[in-house]
Design a protein around this ligand. Structure first.
Ligand SMILES: [Zn+2]
Ligand SMILES: [Zn+2]
Length: 121
C-alpha cells in the first residue's frame, strides 16, 4: 500500500498528539485511510481543518469516560510535529548543537523558533 508517509509508521505511532486529560482506557493508535471526512485534532496548522476521504491519518481509538471514541490527526500535521521535535534535538540536543544561521544573525531560528542572539536589543 502506498501510504506516502515520510517516516516509518512506528515514528508516527510512537507519538501521542491526543490530549489525555480525561480518563482514557484501551487506547490504540493506528494509521488509517479515512473513509469519511474527519476533523484533524492537531493545532499545528493553526486553524481547524479536515482530513478528506482517502487521506491517511493517525487514528486514536479509546474508551473515553466510558464511551468509545475515535480521534484523528492528519499526516502533514504529524510530520510538522515530528520535524519540530527533530529540530529541537538538532538545536539543543548536544553540546555542539547550533541554531540556524538566521538565529546567529539575530532572528528566530528556522528550526526551533528560538530568538537569536541580540534579538530585542
Ligand atoms: Zn492536520
Ligand atoms: Zn534552533
Amino acid at each position: 500500500m502506498d501510504s506516502g508517509l515520510k517516516y516509518q509508521r512506528q515514528v508516527y505511532l510512537d507519538r501521542n498528539p491526543f490530549n489525555d486529560e480525561c480518563e482514557v482506557r484501551r487506547q490504540t493508535f493506528k494509521i488509517v485511510r479515512v473513509r469519511s471526512q474527519h476533523e484533524c485534532l492537531m493545532p499545528a496548522h493553526g486553524e481547524t481543518h479536515h482530513i478528506e476521504p482517502g487521506q491517511f491519518a493517525v487514528c486514536e481509538r479509546a474508551v473515553v469516560e466510558g464511551e468509545w471514541s475515535a480521534t484523528y490527526a492528519c499526516i502533514p500535521c504529524m510530520d510538522l510535529m515530528i520535524e519540530s521535535e527533530m529540530y529541537e534535538e538538532a538545536c539543543t540536543g548536544s553540546d555542539d548543537a547550533v541554531h540556524s544561521e538566521s538565529w546567529q544573525n539575530g532572528g528566530p531560528c528556522d528550526h526551533c523558533g528560538a530568538l537569536g542572539e541580540g534579538a530585542g536589543s
